[in-house]
Write a protein that binds this ligand. Structure first.
Ligand SMILES: Nc1ncnc2c1ncn2[C@@H]1O[C@H](COP(=O)(O)OP(=O)(O)OP(=O)(O)O)[C@@H](O)[C@H]1O
Length: 255
């Protein structure tokens, strides 16, 4: 079954245009969106998150056009974690994770027991138990990214959209993050859709790959089937060989 789908989606911003985007994100799978800088990956994610509105075409969630959902209802179904560019507020990890419960809360009154349990669950899932009371401004890049993911998890949605979750992290923390996302996906059947630049993680961790080039979908499919030397040449304009070892694509440039 498909949860999220677009048909003939079109969107223009300045000189850039997304053309006829027809894609499906299968339920409960991990999908990576890859492509060169400026190919439209973040824009596409924002259209699915309803942060932007398409000029033409249709996006559906569980067969219903996404604009038919009330804002609160939609944020109970899809969580979006944008690129980590925001200025950090002066709050604790637990409070940051609590923001994920906002779509479920009344405007006034104490945090419910259910909300507290979900916040604790999201903190456990991301291994932040021993830093729940730390100020977010004092966290390392890897810890902060885990806290941001915990906030998105606390929204308890069935779909998680992540824009470049591994940016600014070293290899240890990139791996740690990919493992957390994979575990969340497999244990809780959350559909994970992530924009990634690192082809090695996109290849190793996604069930399904979407490759973009200049505002269009160049190709979709299983990583091992579509990540080829021809794709590297046509999409990234590099001459390189590519082979898979233990599910990881190994790319060696020729010059
Ligand atoms: N608000 C805007 N107004 C006009 N053009 C924009 C706006 N936001 C983005 N663009 C342009 O749209 C194009 C696609 O941007 P987008 O951020 O979706 O690409 P991307 O594939 O995510 O890139 P990157 O990998 O560098 O993050 C780029 O050329 C960008 O300059």
């Amino acid at each position: 079954m498909t949860v999220l789908k677009s048909e003939e989606l079109q969107f223009r911003q300045g000189k850039f245009q997304l053309h006829d985007i027809n894609i499906e994100f299968p339920e409960g799978k991990m999908t990576a969106i890859v492509g060169p800088n400026g190919s439209g990956k973040s824009t596409l994610l924002k259209l699915f998150a309803r942060l932007l509105k398409a000029d033409n075409g249709l996006v559906t969630l569980d067969n219903q056009p996404i604009h038919k959902y009330k804002r609160k209802e939609y944020s109970q179904k899809i969580a979006m974690l944008p690129q980590a560019k925001e200025v950090l507020p002066s709050i604790t990890v637990k409070e940051l994770v609590g923001y994920g419960r906002v779509p479920f809360q009344r405007l006034t009154g104490p945090v419910s027991e259910e909300d507290k349990e979900i916040i604790a669950w999201a903190i456990r899932e991301t291994g932040l138990e021993n830093m729940a009371d730390r100020m977010v401004g004092h966290l390392s890049g890897g810890e902060l990214q885990r806290a941001r993911i915990a906030m998105a998890l606390a929204q308890k949605t069935s779909v998680l959209l992540l824009d470049e979750p591994t940016t600014f992290l070293d290899i240890t923390h990139q791996l740690e993050l990919m493992k957390i996302l994979s575990r969340i996906n497999k244990t809780h059947q959350i559909t994970v859709i992530m924009v990634l630049h690192e082809l090695q993680y996109a290849g190793a961790y996604s069930d399904n790959l979407i490759v973009m080039k200049r505002g269009e979908i160049y190709q979709t499919g299983k990583p091992q089937a579509i990540l080829t030397a021809q794709l590297l040449k046509e999409v990234y304009e590099i001459d390189a060989s590519i082979k898979f070892e233990n599910n990881y694509p190994v790319i060696i440039p020729k010059n």
